[in-house]
Design a protein around this ligand. Structure first.
Ligand SMILES: [Zn+2]
Length: 340
């Protein structure tokens, strides 16, 4: 079988395709024939070099496929089952893991980041990290959704606590997390505004359910949001862009509102005017990934058509270098799916 391998950090040229034997599933493990993976911004960080990434490693946090074989003691699956893999996992024994907050575990890992990933023809995965894929959900949709929808679900539903009638602003409305956040906020009954850089990307955000979408380079996003909310601002801002946008996010948040951040694609050293935080009683909340038990909820909402991942491009997994260049250049509206 083939797998992607990164031996040391660098540009897209460090992404190599290697031939390796199909692994055998150990006790409690499922061998999955991958039918789809996908690219996340995390893949770019891993390729460029993260301090806690063990190189060499196989990248990839998303995988949907078919059960090919089961190891000893596997009880929930049989060969032929359509499945999807949880992108992250905890230790299963600490207080956080035992209460379901696995993504707060001190020993939490994400496939393709701090643990070997899923961009391969076949992968072996512990049974408890595997979920049955509803028949209505395609492999590509599932692979496009696991990391991004889990991330967006925690931001919008768990941390943002969005309720019907709330107003939500989402940066990068065509990105994986952005488009997922728009759909989830709409599903929970919110009015959603967004911003994106190109006309094509703004159309994606509108199709996801945003009420209005602006060009974030135009400089008028703040005044537009204020105008549409009667100068009040929004209840929740979904931040994953960082340095370029945090100041505006703070200014557009209504009194008592929340900003939830999960990333900093434009830089992490953002300036923050603390006066806005205390005088207007804003909450700035950090968020990474989501609880594993949210995955079945997301898959069921996908099966009923309430959540629909936006796929911008499907590429052969072995063309991953082109995928990285497209993602890095911001040239694709929606997710880049990798087909082995
Ligand atoms: Zn734990």
């Amino acid at each position: 079988m083939k797998r992607i391998r990164i031996h040391h950090p660098g540009g897209p040229e460090v992404l190599t395709v290697e031939e390796t034997p199909v692994p055998a599933p150990g006790p409690g493990q499922v061998l999955i024939k991958s039918e789809a993976g996908s690219l996340n911004h995390l893949d770019l960080w891993v390729r460029k070099g993260l301090p806690f990434t063990p190189y060499p490693l196989t990248p990839g946090s998303d995988c949907a496929g078919t059960v090919h074989a089961c190891g000893r003691n596997v009880t929930r699956f049989k060969p032929g089952d359509r499945v999807v893999v949880s992108p992250g996992f905890g230790c299963r024994t600490c207080p956080h893991c035992l209460t379901g907050d696995d993504n707060l575990c001190r020993d939490y890992h994400i496939f393709g980041e701090s643990a070997d990933g899923l961009d391969a023809g076949f992968v072996t995965v512990d049974e408890h990290l595997v979920f049955l894929l509803p028949p209505e959900v395609s492999f590509s949709s599932a692979a496009a959704a696991t990391l991004t929808y889990l991330t967006a679900w925690q931001m919008v539903a768990d941390k943002g606590q969005v309720r019907p009638g709330d107003s939500v602003f989402v940066w990068g409305g065509s990105s994986g997390v952005g488009s997922a956040a728009i759909q989830i906020a709409r599903h929970l009954g919110a009015v959603v505004y967004s911003a994106a850089s190109t006309k094509e990307k703004r159309e994606v955000a509108l199709a996801c359910g945003a009420e209005a979408v602006w060009d974030y380079k135009s400089g008028s996003v703040l005044s537009e949001v204020r105008a549409l909310t009667g100068k009040r601002g929004v209840d929740l801002v979904i931040e994953h862009t960082g340095a370029d946008t945090l100041g505006t996010s703070v200014q557009m948040t209504a009194k008592g509102g929340k900003i939830v951040t999960c990333g900093a694609t434009t830089g992490w050293d953002a300036r923050l005017d603390l006066r806005h935080i205390f005088f207007r009683q804003l909450s700035l909340l950090g968020s990474t990934m989501g609880r594993q038990d949210r995955l079945p909820i997301i898959l069921n909402l996908m099966a009923s058509g309430k959540l629909r991942p936006v796929i911008g491009r499907e590429l052969s997994m072995w063309e991953i270098k082109s995928g990285h260049e497209l993602l890095e250049g911001g040239q694709v509206a929606g997710k880049i799916v990798l087909i082995p």
